[in-house]
Ligand binder design. Sequence first.
Ligand code: SAM
Length: 227
Amino acid sequence: MSDDILKEQIAHYRALAQEYDELIFQTGRYAYGEQSTSGRGDDLAFVPQLLQILGPFEEILELACGTGIWTREVVKIGKSVTALDASPEMLEINQHKVADARVRYQQVDLFVWEPNRQYDLVYSGFWLSHVPPEMLDAFLAKVRRAVRTGGQLCIVDEHSPPPEEREAAQQGIYHQRSLFDGRTFTIVKVFYETALLEEKLRQLGFQTHVQQPNEYFFALTGTLEQD
Ligand SMILES: C[S@@+](CC[C@H](N)C(=O)[O-])C[C@H]1O[C@@H](n2cnc3c(N)ncnc32)[C@H](O)[C@@H]1O
């Protein structure tokens, strides 16, 4: 994996930050009207419900927090949240949107970051699919080091591509993404099998559980057992 792609991935999200929520919820510039295929707002409603069931927690770590779609949900179930992202633009939008003093923000490259403490919940929303396969084991091991014994991990992501990405997904892990202004970037996008993730996490000491509430998304929760 070329380091350039991972840098381009960060550049993509930096440039996308201002239009990210419109893209996800298919509103504004990204409203497709009745032709909309993903209907993501409704399909994602299971995430806040799941977090409410998992909580409450003392200290939460959120990986790749983006514009705060999930930060504002995890802060409801935690006494404090540490929210990490490589994009200062994403972090600024998040801080403005969530506006909660219990959230501490850190601009970090997650491929370089090393946890220096442990948390009761590590939450990752729509990030793991951007981790290249050859870096997955090392990344999950790093995540494990951030979870307190008895603590929880919650990964939400896509297990199958939406119709507009199906062709690209068949061609490999590199996807072209275009912004509204036409700028195009190459990023990593991997639709990991949940069985593979569960197997890897079990080997790291997690007791796992998977939910697939709809056609596109999964939630994988894990409890880190005593050694
Ligand atoms: C698909 S978005 C997910 C954002 C948020 N979790 C959500 O679900 O709305 C991916 C996020 O990963 C961040 N990101 C990309 N590369 C990164 C890296 N190397 N280290 C940390 N964050 C990164 C982007 O800035 C972006 O906010």
